[in-house]
Design a protein around this ligand. Structure first.
Ligand SMILES: [Zn+2]
Ligand SMILES: [Zn+2]
Length: 140
């Protein structure tokens, strides 16, 4: 889930969404949270895994609406265990490696594990610009 943490907000510190805020007006109300779920994940998860994954995301929503911030810290872990959610989710939506075109920055390929394309990305040329490829590793 993509959640922009509110500046200065910390998990565990209740956030007052109404009232004077030095930040923009839209942060004065508890924000709507959007969950994006990929087809790839949809197809590869079984029902139990889905339930636990959705609960995990809902714990993030709950934290975010209460505190303006969310993470995978001790509070998250306690809450996840209490509601039978996964503490760590399996992410099919995010491949480990993204290969991009050095010239235009377009995503060229995704890889879930290391391979020749990942190791020697600059030896390959993109179809769009005939430019070398850059390999970006996803942050865990
Ligand atoms: Zn999470
Ligand atoms: Zn390009």
């Amino acid at each position: 889930m993509k959640t922009p943490n509110v500046e200065g907000a910390t998990v565990g510190e209740p956030r007052e969404w109404t009232g004077a805020s030095s930040q923009s007006a839209e942060l004065d109300i508890a924000p709507t949270c959007t969950m994006s779920l990929s087809w790839r994940a949809f197809e590869s998860f079984d029902r139990g895994e889905w339930t636990a994954t959705l609960r995990h995301e809902l714990v993030h929503v709950e934290q975010f609406q209460a505190f303006g911030a969310t993470d995978h810290g001790p509070a998250f872990k306690r809450r996840a265990e209490a509601v039978d959610a996964l503490v760590r989710v399996r992410r099919f939506a995010e491949p480990k490696y993204t290969l991009t075109c050095e010239a235009c920055g377009a995503d060229v390929a995704y890889r879930y594990r290391e391979c020749k394309l990942v190791r020697e990305s600059s030896a390959y040329r993109s179809a769009c610009c005939e430019a070398p490829l850059n390999c970006r590793t996803r942050q865990e």
